[in-house]
Design a binder for this molecule. Sequence first.
Ligand code: ADP
Ligand code: ZN
Length: 295
Amino acid sequence: MLFGALEAGGTKMVCAIGNEKGEILERVSIPTETPEVTLPKLLAYFEGKGILALGIGCFGPIDLNESSDTYGYITTTPKLPWVNCDICGYFREHLQIPVGFDTDVNGSLLGEATWGCLQDVKNAMYITIGTGIGAGVMTEGKLLHGMLHPECGHMLMPVRSDDTYGGKCPYHGTCLEGLAAGPAIEARWGQKAETLYDRPEVWELEAHYLAVAVVNFIMTLSPQKIILGGGVMHKDGLMPMVRQKVKEQMAGYIRTKELEDLDSYLVLPSLDDNQGILGALKLGMDRYEKEKTVC
Ligand code: ADP
Ligand code: ZN
């Protein structure tokens, strides 16, 4: 059985064909321009491939409420040409197959939950620290949507007293993304994050903010495992620092076997940067099963 997978990002669209075993058989990457230019290119890729369904892990915010008139739309994104784009409907109409749809980070979480390091838990988070910060949440085996979908990257943060940077988020200034995403690091220190490896103070502060966020997620959502992914986490030595600070900030308040072993609790992604596209594949597979059952 063949399924299509689309990882829809602000700079590129990764398209792939895979099977129900999670094997990616082919893939291409297409630059993200406007919907008018990009969607037909994506459609041309998927047409004629014999796929039973398509799964889309998408940048947001997006509408995931199936009873809403704008279900399957990208809604209020800062990527302006894509505002109110009915990305899901476009493929449903032209390919005439079921289309699964969720956030990119819920997609990555689903990929890890299906074929990666989250297979043994039902409550987990996947947080990406890259151009933005986003988080996917799984509770009791289901991806959390709620009213919209979690937007944990925009949680408001206590600014550390020695940090004078005003924050990069156009909406909130010093939310988590405004303080700790790649562009915030670049704006605060005047250079791209990947060129700041010789400045320990950069990574000490970054680890501090990420640890504050992780502690808040532990306290609010009680995940059994947390993944930190995205470009910024490629910095060697950052993850051990975050773990140390999480331990300090938890201050021993909660005692569980998971928190006793932070090296296994707070981890990097396990699927060689394939978690996003594999998650999109699984979104397609799940939608296929769902619509088959309904018919
Ligand atoms: P995106 O979020 O756009 O999908 P990434 O996850 O690669 O892409 O994140 C890009 C951000 O991560 C940029 O701000 C960049 O400066 C930062 N970044 C990329 N690679 C590294 C690295 N090796 N170390 C630290 N920061 C990095
Ligand atoms: Zn914000």
